[in-house]
Design a protein around this ligand. Structure first.
Ligand SMILES: C[S@@+](CC[C@H](N)C(=O)[O-])C[C@H]1O[C@@H](n2cnc3c(N)ncnc32)[C@H](O)[C@@H]1O
Length: 237
């Protein structure tokens, strides 16, 4: 009997946003749990799983074998470098830093051509990714927070479009107003930035002072956003 594959909440959120019949690509697939689950569910019409390094790709193939899945194309490549634009309409890039995801997208500008949906889940530095998207012709269509092993993770769906974001929105989330975990996320972001300001306050060079000033401005905006969101039409935590 074939084993049953259960996705963790983070990967399940991504999977839920993959449209039925998608031509799907998973960048940085590692164990390939997401592509294998999608194929097992009959959700996708084609599937590419790629990774930068041979070992994760070996694990990915092993997961495919374990769950009796065929039809996934496994590729060793850097970012989207091994995928042609017409091979995928839905691209997931999950479980890596926001800077790395932004760098991968910047090397594949075709992802902002209007024919592609991006499912992005930064592990850290989500603000770098949101800022990149807003400055490079993408719009975040929806965003959700997922709690996994005690940590909050933002998951974003981005498409081609215009989406000017303030520094506070880059840090606190662009489309999280109705998310039940938004308040917790804002509190954690505020605490992290307060820690950074405290560190910068100990330095005396002008560059650190300038950075501390700009973080303080962001903190003011986040506190304002928190008030706004708390009074928004949102289910209780
Ligand atoms: C922590 S795993 C995430 C696995 C899975 N996507 C998830 O969210 O659970 C990150 C994977 O991304 C891969 N990776 C990092 N940079 C990459 C790049 N530029 N191109 C392709 N894969 C990359 C790593 O080799 C690693 O296997």
């Amino acid at each position: 009997m074939t084993k049953r594959l259960e996705l963790t909440p983070r990967l399940r959120q991504l999977a839920d946003w993959v449209p039925q019949g998608a031509a799907f690509a998973d960048v940085g697939t590692d164990h390939a749990y997401l592509p294998v689950w999608l194929v097992l569910q009959g959700r996708v019409r084609s599937c590419i799983a790629c990774d930068l390094r041979p070992m994760p790709l070996r694990r990915a193939r092993e997961t495919g074998r374990l769950y009796g899945v065929s039809g996934i194309q496994f590729r060793l490549c850097d970012g989207l470098g091994g995928i042609r634009p017409e091979e995928a309409d839905t691209v997931a890039i999950a479980g890596m830093g926001g800077e790395n995801i932004a760098a991968i997208l910047s090397r594949a500008p075709w992802t902002a051509d209007g024919a592609h949906t991006l499912l992005l889940q930064p592990q850290s530095r989500a603000e770098v990714l949101r800022r990149f998207l807003s400055e490079h012709g993408y719009a975040i269509r929806r965003e959700a927070l997922v709690r996994e092993r005690g940590r909050l993770y933002p998951v974003m769906e981005a498409v081609a479009g215009e989406m000017p974001l303030t520094p506070g929105q880059c840090c606190g989330g662009a489309k999280l107003l109705n998310d039940p975990l938004a308040d917790q996320y804002l509190i954690e972001t505020i605490l992290r930035l307060q820690g950074a300001v405290a560190g910068l306050n100990r330095a005396s060079d002008p560059e650190s002072r300038k950075r501390a000033d700009s973080l303080r401005d962001i903190l003011t905006e986040l506190l304002f956003m928190r008030e706004e969101w708390r009074h928004g039409d949102r289910p209780a935590n």
